[in-house]
Ligand binder design. Structure first.
Ligand SMILES: C[S@@+](CC[C@H](N)C(=O)[O-])C[C@H]1O[C@@H](n2cnc3c(N)ncnc32)[C@H](O)[C@@H]1O
Length: 388
């Protein structure tokens, strides 16, 4: 059990570090989704589905995913019209969710709390989002929706680049470890995992990874499964994917991965920035806990240790981004920055933020290592090239 500081405040609020990271990703991303995509959409409308919504707000008053979404919609209500759907199966959680949603509908938002299984409401939501951008947030405790159902939606009615569709889902590493462990013991009845993954490929992958693994842990299996899952879903739906591992503590195995899908390099860019910022917030949160010593030096306060980790991480991210941009300039001569999001962030995706990339671009320009070929107010819109 955590022995949080701040007068026990963190404990009382049961603010698990993994939720800090997940909610900060959502908080960072959702506002920009509404604002950016609602700028040019029909009637400035966007639709959002929170498919495993939970209570909306925790008993201690902290926001759950639903309230993060409702707050973002409310903050932007003057210029954007958000229709949001929140689905929850558990009756007690649903009653709490309904109360939270009603607070916001009373303030004029178009928001709907729906009882039951997300599977049963998905088609209605897709119909309601006809011609407008749609953001799907799926955050189950265990298995996410069957692969085929996601593919049917994303490569069916939502297959076009516009109106945009984006998906952020929670893929449980605990579940992957558990089913792979059971498989190794000779149990073969993991049908839920077959459905989630869209086939039995994960079984062969798990066996292969375990065979070549030198550790007792099933973490390599969990990583391999989620990576292949993201690749397959992206391929089947014509989308880009990005992964963010979510841990409870710095040196723990991930509890789950947040997996993001988009058809837009802008989506990848903004999501990369969101997870980079969320990681800093998570590290700051860990620095305020007392149960995760990252250093043997007891004279070095924990908060300082985490500040130093954050600084090192930023330095490392800047180094990686610098090398990536220099290599791209050599290879391509010139390019529009945002179109090369995956290549620019590279291994720093998850730690670098937009500010990291902008700092590198300014530094390279100052050192005459790049030239701006086509200027734009935002650096990510600029076309950059090698200086003459
Ligand atoms: C991890 S919790 C959600 C947490 C919430 N998204 C948040 O961040 O505050 C998962 C929730 O999904 C609900 N649930 C489980 N299966 C479901 C289903 N098929 N459809 C809708 N809700 C479901 C559970 O009752 C639980 O409240």
């Amino acid at each position: 059990m955590s022995t949080g500081t701040s007068g026990g405040l963190l404990d009382n609020h049961d603010q698990h570090a993994q939720s800090v990271f997940k909610h900060e990703i959502l908080r960072q991303y959702i506002k920009r989704f509404i604002s950016m995509l609602g700028k040019t959409s029909k009637g400035n409308q966007v639709a959002i589905l929170d498919g495993f919504a939970g209570r909306g707000r925790y008993p201690d008053g902290r926001e759950g995913s639903a309230e993060f979404i409702l707050k973002a919609a409310f903050d932007l209500a003057a210029t954007r019209r958000v229709t949001s759907f929140f689905v929850e199966k558990n009756p007690e959680h649903f009653r709490s969710l309904q109360r939270v949603v009603r607070e916001y509908t009373a303030r004029g938002l178009d928001a709907h709390a729906l009882h039951g299984s997300v599977q049963d409401h998905l088609n209605m939501v897709v119909r309601a989002a006809d011609q407008i951008p749609l953001f799907l947030f799926l955050d189950p405790c265990g298995a996410v929706l069957p692969f085929e159902q996601l593919v049917a939606v994303l490569s069916g009615p939502r297959r076009h680049e516009r109106p945009q569709t984006e998906l952020l889902l929670n893929f449980s590493a605990d579940l992957s470890r558990r089913v792979a462990g059971a498989l190794e013991k000779g149990h073969t009845g993991q049908r839920v995992m077959d459905q989630t993954c869209g086939g039995t490929w994960w079984r062969d992958l798990a066996i292969e990874v375990r065979r070549s693994s030198t550790t007792q842990s099933f973490q390599e299996v969990a990583d391999a499964i989620v990576t292949e899952y993201a690749r397959r879903l992206a391929e089947a739906t014509g989308m880009y994917s990005a992964l963010a591992p979510v841990r409870k503590r710095l040196h723990h195995q991930p509890i789950y991965h947040m997996v993001f899908f988009t058809r837009s390099p802008y989506g990848l860019w903004v999501f990369g920035d969101a997870i980079g910022k969320a990681k800093v917030k998570w590290l700051q949160h860990l620095g305020r806990l007392e149960d995760d010593p990252v250093t043997d030096n007891v004279l070095f306060p924990l908060e300082e240790a985490f500040k130093s980790i954050i600084r090192n991480q930023e330095r490392q991210a800047q180094k990686i981004v610098t090398e990536n941009i220099k290599r791209l300039l050599q290879e391509l001569g010139s390019f529009k920055v945002v179109t090369k999001t995956a290549e620019i962030f590279g291994d720093a995706y998850g730690t670098a933020t937009e500010s990291t990339v902008y700092r590198v671009l300014r530094e390279l320009k100052k050192n005459n290592e790049l030239a701006v070929i086509k200027d734009a107010p935002r650096l990510r819109e600029q076309v950059i090239g090698l200086p003459y």
